[in-house]
Structures are given as structure tokens and as C-alpha cells.
Design a protein around this ligand. Sequence first.
Ligand code: NAD
Length: 393
Amino acid sequence: ASAIKRGLSSSASATPRMLNGRTLAPTVNHSGNAGMKILAVLYKGGEAAKQEPRLLGTVENQLGIRSWLESQGHEYIVTDDKEGPNSVFQQHIKDAEVLITTPFHPGYLTRELVDKAKNLKVCVTAGVGSDHIDLDAAVERDIQVLEVTGSNVTSVAEHVMMNILLLVRNFVPAHEMIERGEWRVSDIARNAFDLEGKVIGTLGAGRIGRLVLERLRPFNPKELLYYDYNPLPADAAAKVGARRVEDLKDFVSQCDIVTVNAPLHEGTKGLINADLLKHFKKGAYLVNTARGAICNTEDVAAALKSGQLNGYAGDVWDVQPAPKDHPWRYMKNPLGGGNGMTPHYSGTTLDAQARYAAGTKQILENYFQGKAQEPANIIVGVGKYESKSYGQR
Ligand code: NAD
């Protein structure tokens, strides 16, 4: 309502504004509708969400913003029903002005749906990673894509550390043996190693990649490497002591452990496939908490089965929820271990949920009030990519 009083137009404001001496990207102003439709696609929390109100990213707890939105006259539709033309998501996207989706249960906003979404002006990712949106289509339609940058990067970096350790130390088969009531130390120890002295590389050295490198340093690796078209700032590279390798095959061929920390875009989709896996060290470990589709599903399963990879761990899948027969649920190395897969939860710890729920609210507040968005949160601004992380353009 306040936006109407101040006469905000329905178009994007083309003039860049300044904040603390920084030039801000032009903002998308809202329609001026006091009662705009805001559609959120979140995951179902069930009994857990009823018992634990801090599960904010669920359909039940609705990011904690329902009464705030409704007190301002907005309509707030929250659903986990996202597949097919009759789903709540695909029905309401036709006239929603704001779409909120979480990467943990992504509403895939394809180009076809962008064409149908005539009122859509802003997509907010409650979390980090906006590949579920056709970003090129958003650019063409002047739909702004915002995410709560940084909200769960520590959560993911910690998960990466856990994944690396559980693979290298052969933890999962050891625990399963205990649950079966058995005790055969050698069966586990014959494929258990130390992290110390290994070469570890991150594919993508942005916020998460850097945090992972920082956390690896105290383990005394032989060397830390990174592969990224955006080099680390000199002070950050010095702090973590990481060496940049510019050729991807050269990079993977030097690593005992590769961790993937790049967004999914046309330059990373299927990047880790049979051809690249041939260049990995025999028996290397691969950890991917970035996006499932960066790795070719069948090629990774085959590499683990043959022992070319000794382990694969992560929490991201090429379609989410992952189907029951997804090979990554069941794949194993020749010794019957090497699988550290979980559902997508690394970035949705309760700590992370508090941060991305608060960040989503802040983004909406800025939008309602016609205020500039935090530059780091803008993936797609008005008619162009603002982030340098979604490929070289
Ligand atoms: P970021 O934007 O800070 O860093 C991404 C880095 O990847 C950038 O430095 C970019 O230059 C680099 N990159 C892009 N394309 C590349 C390529 N082809 N080769 C090498 N490097 C490339 O992002 P971030 O906060 O570090 O997050 C990274 C990704 O992690 C997100 O986009 C998201 O997909 C994923 N993520 C997953 C979870 C989870 O819960 N599993 C949570 C948060 C983020």
C-alpha cells in the first residue's frame, strides 16, 4: 500500500542508485497491488515440522512470514505440489507476482512456465543456488532473481568436510557393520585412510569453496588446489594456501579428493562425465554438494562400481526428490562401500533455516518498499545477469 502512495511504477527503474558509495543495480518495482499474490514452493515437513517450529523452510511453517504478509493485504500461497500442469505451483504461477522456492524442493520454473507467468516480477530463492529458474528466460522478461547469498554456506562447507572424512575413513560401512552386530576391523581398515598428506581440490572457489579450503588447511593436506574461472583474491588464496590449476583435466588428475562447489549452469551441466572421470586418479574421492546434474548419474555410478572412484558423497540429485530407483541411492565401490549420499539437507540445518527465512523476509520487504536489494543477492537483475558465478558471459 505504501508503494501505491509513493506512486511506484510497474516497470523496472532503469537508473542505477547509490548506497554507501556503491552503485546498485536497478531494482524491479512491484506492481503497486496492495494484495499481490506470493507463491512459495517449500518441502513438506510432516510431523517433524509440527513438533519443531524452527523447521521454517517447510510447507507447515511457511518461512514464518504468513501473518506478516497477510497483515499487509497480500495473498500467500504455500505448497509442495509442484509437478505437472495441474499442480498448485503451475496453476498459481500464472498470476503470482513473487515466487519463492527453496532449492531443497525446487519448483522448476522452465521457460514455458515463465511464458505463462504473466505477472511474475521477482523470484526469491530461500537458500543459495537458483538453477531451478530458467535464468536466460528471466533475463529476457526482466524478472529479477534474488537469493539469500551466504545464508547456508557455512552449513554446506561443514557438510563437505563431513563427506570427505566419511569417505576417506570408510565410515558408512563401519557403522553399518556395527548395526548388523558384527566386528571385523580389517574389512573396514583395508579401505580407510587419513586426510593428512592428500591433495584436495575444489571445483569452484566462491563462498563455499573458500570455506572448505579454510577448513581443510588444519588437516595438513599435501596440497590444496582450485579450479575456477574467477581467481581467488590474492589475500584469500594466500590465507588458504591454494594453488590455481587452469585446465580441468590437469586439475582432476592431481587430486586425491575433488569437492564440487560451483553453481549449475550450461557450463557445468554434465561436466563430470565418463570422459573427465578417466582423468581422475584411480581410486579418487568425489564430493558434490553443489548440484546433482553437474555429475552424470550413470557415469558416476559406473566409475564407483569399477573402482575408478573409491567414493562419492553429497546431498544433491539430478531430480529432487530423487526417485526410489536412482542409482546413487545404491551404488557401491568394489569393496561394498564408498557411498555417502543423503537427501538434500546440507544447507537446511536449523541454523541455516533461520538465516534464509530472515533473508527472504528482508528481500520481500525491500521489494515492497521499492528499496534496492543487497547487490550480492542479485543473480539476475533487470534484463541481465548481475552474478559472475553462472558462467562466463
Ligand atoms: P558462489 O557464487 O559464491 O561461488 C561459486 C563459484 O563457482 C564462483 O567462484 C564461480 O566462478 C565458480 N564457477 C562457476 N562456474 C564454474 C565452472 N564452470 N568451473 C569452475 N568454477 C565455476 O556460490 P556458493 O555460495 O559458493 O555456492 C555454490 C553452489 O553451491 C550454489 O550455486 C549451489 O548450487 C550450491 N549450494 C548447495 C547447497 C546445499 O544445500 N547442498 C546450499 C548452498 C549452495
